[in-house]
Design a protein. Structure first.
Length: 281
């Protein structure tokens, strides 16, 4: 049987669009979510809505973990039956051990995979995969795709309004000082994924109205011509996301806006109520 040239692989921190779900060469390998002794597979055993409900009833905060190298290897062996090689784009290595585990799995499976550190999460990963697939369709080599995606990684524009400050802190993604100040002032921090794939607090907002306007202002600052496409990622606050979309479109009708859900894995850390605007130039 003739093998197909390239499989595209990511993990469940990525935003999986309908187009990618339907793509025959796309594979998403889920991370794990733990509530005490119970383990769930992101998107399979546990949907985002179920996660939020479980958190409300849980006695301790959930945790996340990447698949083991052996679990990645098993999946890669299955993919290798139909593909000559693969390109894998994973969550920032500064936020998760997923990339390292995936690379170890590829060695075990002895399957040639080109790895890209997205230096981001959610649509930051998705956008790179979409660019790479377009390049492949245009005849670009794996080396050319790798070079372009590595140059693009880290250039994501992003502003993230955290829904649950306590979850971010208990998940180890925020310093104690930042958490204490945020709790004391009863504010929601706006954070950013930096060019090297780390989280950085950049602003504090005190009300929902000010938070939404802050996100609108940031979009308009970076889109002075009022054109382009952005992604609004939301954590069980679709009504707020729709409101934010309307606010942006009222100011800049030429900007295309797509709303999507943050995955369960990301929701464990960012929490219910999270809103983010993300885009590549």
């Amino acid at each position: 049987m003739t093998k197909k040239p390239i499989a595209w692989i990511t993990d469940s921190t990525a935003y999986i669009t309908e187009e990618l779900k339907q793509h025959p060469d796309f594979y998403s390998i889920p991370l794990n979510i733990h509530f005490g002794e119970k383990q769930f597979v992101d998107g399979i055993d546990l949907t985002p809505s179920q996660l939020y409900e479980n958190i409300k009833n849980a006695t301790e905060f959930p945790k996340t973990s990447q698949p083991s190298a052996g679990e990645f290897a098993e999946k890669f062996k299955q993919i290798a039956e139909n593909y000559e090689q693969a390109i894998a784009v994973h969550v920032s290595s500064n936020l998760s051990g997923t990339l390292a585990s995936s690379m170890a799995g590829a060695e075990i499976a002895e399957f040639p995979i080109t790895f890209i550190d997205s230096l981001s999460v959610s649509y930051g990963i998705t956008g790179l995969i979409e660019k790479g697939i377009k390049m492949q369709e245009s005849g670009a080599s794996v080396g050319e795709i790798k070079d372009h995606l590595e140059k693009t990684a880290g250039s994501l524009h992003n502003f993230i309004l955290i829904g649950q400050l306590e979850q971010l802190y208990k998940g180890g993604r925020m310093s104690g000082v930042q958490f204490f100040l945020g709790s004391l002032l009863k504010v929601k921090p706006v954070i950013q994924i930096t060019t090297d794939g780390k989280l950085e607090a950049i602003e504090k907002v005190r009300s929902e109205k000010k938070a939404l306007q802050y996100l609108v202002d940031k979009v308009l600052e970076r889109h002075p011509a009022g054109k382009g496409k952005i992604y609004l990622m939301q954590g069980n606050v679709l009504e707020q996301a729709e409101q934010l979309k309307t606010m942006i479109r009222n100011e800049a009708p030429g900007i295309e806006v797509e709303i999507g859900d943050i995955s369960s894995t990301l929701a464990v850390h960012a929490g219910e109520g999270t809103l983010a605007v993300l885009w590549y130039d």
